[in-house]
Design a protein around this ligand. Structure first.
Ligand code: LMR
Length: 329
């Protein structure tokens, strides 16, 4: 475990905790799949630190990064079954269990960071969290990473036709698959911790990811071309096992929520800063050829992707799609 706190206090247990059936120290295991020096990795650590302080060391959040405990094919299962208490998966991974979560995968769903934040804070975020309850999960917060960019080893990705015949790694999501299908490409879902190998071996030619992941996992070493397309958004839902949450004493729920609110505010600003800084690092240290998509090219991609909105209306729900369209105005 990558814990912050090597030694634990042996303060006597509060009586009310014992009545609730909790040991004197509560350990919340928080598993995620990315590197530590990423928006999510740093947010998880910040949250752990705040919880420990606010609860006077009664609650310790143990953070397990880099898929050391669960990777993204089994972390949601592990959460639903209570084998782990907290995760913060990318939205696409939740869509395996609650398909409406593909709302966030719609191409160019969000054109600015501000629109993303509005979705998180508004009804879109609320509606999607409600859908988790029947799966024994509770959504506590939304964390940002950043917009996704296209990369390939085979050639520059400027126009839809450039994708033809290539195979791309995606997160599991039919919307993401449809994106590549409409561009004449193939897409295959691969867990995050196997992406580097998939790219290196040539099993896949390319992928789509946030700058922070392309940088921290060194995908730039095995990809030659990147288009700054901002065509999709990579964000996270901070989830807890619902049964576990429901059983926590109210005072701790309050303190944990407070800590998470503070972390989220900091983390979502930090994510924007980090992605910008890491893009600069990629420019400085990689050999990738980087193309910045023009507005005209964006319209070209969007024209080809437009049918996705209708195709997935039944899966995502017209209500959510309408709300996303509203944000695009
Ligand atoms: C991916 O699988 O590419 C991302 O979801 C990884 C992450 O959690 O940022």
């Amino acid at each position: 475990a990558i814990g912050f706190y090597p030694t634990l206090s042996s303060a006597p247990a509060a009586d009310d905790d014992e009545q609730q059936g909790f040991d004197r120290e509560i350990v919340i295991k928080f598993s995620h799949v990315v590197a530590e020096n990423t928006p999510k990795g740093l947010a998880a650590q910040d949250f752990a630190r705040r919880v420990y302080q606010k609860t006077d060391q009664r609650v310790k959040v143990e953070v397990f990064p880099n898929a050391v405990l669960y990777n993204d094919t089994d972390e949601v299962d592990a959460l639903m079954n209570g084998n782990i208490q907290m995760i913060a998966p990318a939205f696409s991974k939740i869509s395996q269990y609650v398909p409406a979560w593909q709302a966030f995968d719609l191409p160019y769903a969000f054109l600015t960071d501000q629109a993303v934040q509005e979705a998180f804070d508004g009804e879109i975020g609320e509606i999607l969290f409600k859908k988790l309850k029947s799966k024994n999960m509770i959504g506590l917060s939304y964390w940002s990473n950043g917009f996704k960019q296209m990369t390939s080893a085979r050639g520059p990705l400027i126009h839809p036709a450039d994708f033809k015949g290539q195979q791309f790694r995606i997160m599991p999501s039919d919307v993401l698959k449809a994106q590549f299908r409409l561009f004449g490409a193939k897409a295959v879902a691969i867990p995050f911790d196997e992406v580097y190998r998939g790219l290196e071996s040539g099993f896949v030619d390319g992928g789509e990811n946030a700058i922070s992941n392309i940088d921290s996992k060194k995908f730039y070493q095995v990809q030659k071309y990147m288009t700054i397309s901002n065509h999709g958004y990579l964000g996270y839902a901070v989830l807890m096992n619902k049964e576990y949450w429901d059983k926590l004493p109210d005072d701790l729920k309050g303190l944990i929520s407070e800590a998470l609110k503070e972390t989220t505010e900091w983390a979502n600003q930090n994510a924007v800063v980090m992605n910008a800084r890491q893009l600069q690092e990629i420019y400085d240290r990689s050999m990738m050829q980087i193309h910045i998509q023009t507005p005209e090219e964006r319209r070209e991609w969007m024209r080809v992707w437009e049918p996705i909105y209708e195709e997935f209306e039944g899966v995502i729900g017209k209500d959510l799609i309408d709300r996303i369209r509203q944000l695009q105005k």
